[in-house]
Design a protein. Sequence first.
Length: 645
Amino acid sequence: MWVELGQFALVLAFVVAIFQGSVPWIGVARGDARVQAIARSAAYAQAMLLVMSFGLLTLAFLRNDFSVDYVARQSNTLLPVWYKISAVWGGHEGSLLLWALVLSLWTAAVARFSRGLPLAMTARVLAVLGLVSVAIISFILFTSNPFNRLLPDFPIEGNDLNPLLQDPGLIFHPPMLYMGYVGFAVPFAFAMAGLMGGRLDSAWARWSRPWTIAAWSFLSCGIALGSWWAYYELGWGGWWFWDPVENASFMPWLAGTALLHSLAVTEKRGVFKAWTVLLAIIAFALSLLGTFLVRSGVLTSVHAFAADPSRGLFVLGILIAVVGGSLGLFAWRGSSLHNESRHGLASREMFLLANNLFLLVATVIVLLGTLFPLIADALDLGKISVGPPYFNLLFVPLVMLLLVFLGVGPQTNWKRQSMDVVLLPMGKVVLAALVIGIAVPLLIYGHMPWYVGLAIGLCAWVFGGQLVDIARKTRNASSLGEGLRKLPRSYWGMQLAHLGLLMTVLGVALTSAYSVEKDVRLAPGQELAVGDYRFQFEGVTDHQGPNYVAQRGTLTVSHGGWSQVLHPEKRVYRVQQNPMTEAAISGNLWRDLYVALGEPLDQGAWAVRVYHKPMVRWMWFGALFMALGGVLSMLDKRYRLRQTR
């Protein structure tokens, strides 16, 4: 009964989504406020119905209801409770239901926090989001229903969750990623509503910007969690592989970053309106493209879902409809987007435009590298692999150029700026950055690859620019503390996000250049030296998990008077009999010691892989700083909308 009730709630949500996506347009056309207000009630109803549907599917997992096909494929009676919950979104059908649920929650949030907006604008935004919900829920109902029964014959035991997904990181990673992915539907809806209503002014940008920041912050955390999971779960010691599915989440992040900066220009100066609308379309289109790539079956990846091509065609149809419809509307109404002000060549507007061009070119580079093997295969050009050399060759120089502009861009004024005023105080910063870029790697590591010196020097250049800008903005205050307190939250959010980017760049550069990897044969009692650290292998013992058996290694790592015991494992999950490597990591802010068991050898010896990775955690802390910077910017007082009477 509970399963049928969940199915019924999903069907009702579909009906409500159709209602939400159609009726408000009638109210807008007639100028009827009561009909327009229906959009808000429909948004709340749809969210409640999808919460009910998702909750009842979760209950089926918790009760081991293997008469439900999806539960039988994704769960098992031995599966721990927290993994039964994460198994709800661990497969294709449940992850789509999570997609729809997250979209409904974003829609309900827009309905709740948009009471200070004109009612017609709110109705249009909610109607656009309703149409997106219609597309996603129809996809679920007609091709990917998670409530399908296996009656009258159903298995007594389930097939178990993929062992790769039986990890705490996968409890939080997909919901966080989806909050970012799906969240870009909101600025997309604002852009479409603005085009339809002919209102794309500074107020529109101010309404849209906090929603864009929120989605971008969630996506930043989701990508970082995925990178962290790949790092410690796959046993390869890598944190980013330019995997096609990794790229599928990275592309909307790049476009979303450009959208954030373009919205800032539109809000402050009323320019770049067409550019902003186009970026809103691109960011959401890339989110849908990521959904297509993961679920179409065209990719081979540890992240991808095994889905049949008919489902991929359905998603492709949604993608074509959304992109084609939005671009058609943009072509129709785009001619009305004129600038409200002018700006000079040396101005903050131009620096932000350069920033956006770099980000968009980087997005195109990642897109081409991701899709080219698929295109080549479709054209019978053979199997072509595009790997890290391509991305590193083209993507890394763009990041370096971006840092060059980032050092001075935030210090320039709107409209026009004398560059002498900006560059003269930066002379000392340039000198300090050169010294730091050369001295730091030589003093700490003894040698300096060119890209490490360049990365450190550019990060010092940007950080120095931040300090100069803070000093300039507080110089007329009665005291430094008073000046710092008067700076708005959006300013501190920007600085914190830029600092997070610098931390990520430093982490990537240093761990790429100075990581040490050793694959060795170790017998019980033998030692291995990696730098100043000594690893002593104590042996391997059997270990019983809730749904797996493991061979657990014991290694003691020591350095000076410090020591720690690490326990890497080789697991075999009982149902699927899949072997898994569980790495053991000793980490702090400055380095990670990473140990993974290979294969058993003769006479009790094992193949052991040991890594020393300097500052690898700075990448993930940097992503956290970027997300926190976004949250701080959202809390700026100018984004607090008061309800209009």
